[in-house]
Each structure stands twice: as structure tokens, then as C-alpha cells.
Design a protein around this ligand. Sequence first.
Ligand SMILES: Cc1cc2nc3c(=O)[nH]c(=O)nc-3n(C[C@H](O)[C@H](O)[C@H](O)COP(=O)(O)O)c2cc1C
Length: 148
Amino acid sequence: MTAIEGIVEHGDRRGRLLGFPTANLTLADEAIADGVWGALVRTKPGKWAAAAVSVGRRRTFYGDNGPRLLEAHLLDFNEDLYGREIRVELLVRLRPQQAFTDVQSLTDQLHHDVRQARAWAASNYPGLVSAEAEPAAGDPVTGKMSYA
Ligand SMILES: Cc1cc2nc3c(=O)[nH]c(=O)nc-3n(C[C@H](O)[C@H](O)[C@H](O)COP(=O)(O)O)c2cc1C
């Protein structure tokens, strides 16, 4: 399991516009692989939330030259985390980073990521998230997700 601790910084606030606000940490450790993860975030001592987490350069907006960031979209959580020290545990890798051709495609994928992260958290940490608002896109017959 990979864990990162740091002080939450402001993003460029686009996440709020897209409907996915994030708590951002800069990444010093190059050993942490780019990707999108289901994660747990400790927001204060003893207090945890589930999250969909992006590690990468936001290539949709910044090409290959953006700063590497960790961005956590916390589920069922709406406190301002700016300036707080958080711990992020990356627990299940959902997909690689992608450069999307337009913002709508990125937003569609973010909806999918968040549904997947919620389904993962609901079955592993049921106390942390409410049940799914909409069915996850899993197997059409069983509804089961796979996290290859
Ligand atoms: C779960 C999740 C997955 C993401 N995946 C990608 C991605 O594949 N490609 C990309 O360019 N940005 C990705 N992002 C980053 C978004 O582009 C970024 O959150 C958005 O631009 C807002 O940035 P800001 O918080 O700095 O305002 C992802 C963000 C989240 C929360």
C-alpha cells in the first residue's frame, strides 16, 4: 500500500467547476505511479473518508509538462481541507492517467471513476460512504465490478 502525507494546497479550482472538487498535495516522491485510485484519506486524527484519487500531470489541460499532483475527491465530505495535514492511502488502482480530447470526455470519465470508488468503498468500508446514487457500470448481469 502506498501512503502519502502532506498539507492540502489550493488547486486551480477547475475541479469545482467540473463538479469534482479536490484536495491537492504536491508530490515529491517520484516512486508513486501515475494513475487513478480508490483511496482512504485521514482528514483529522482518527477520522477517515473514502476518495477517488488522481496522481499525475492533468495532461488534458497541461500536456506532459504539468506539475505532478495528487488530487483527492472525497466522497460524502464537504469540509474545506485547505491547510490541513492529511494522509492518503492508495488502495486500489482503477485506471491509468489519460489525456482526454475534451472536457466533457474527462467529466464523463470522472463520473465513472467516482462510481467505481464508491462501489469499492461501500463493499470494503461500508461505514464511510452512503450507498450508490446510481448503479455502477459493472457486469450487466451480476452488477459486479472488476478492478483489473
Ligand atoms: C478521480 C480523478 C481522476 C482524474 N483523471 C484525470 C485524467 O485521467 N487525466 C487528466 O488530465 N486529469 C485527470 N484528473 C484531474 C482533473 O483534470 C483535475 O482534477 C481538474 O482539472 C481540476 O483541477 P484543480 O483541482 O487543480 O482545479 C482527475 C481527477 C480526479 C479527481
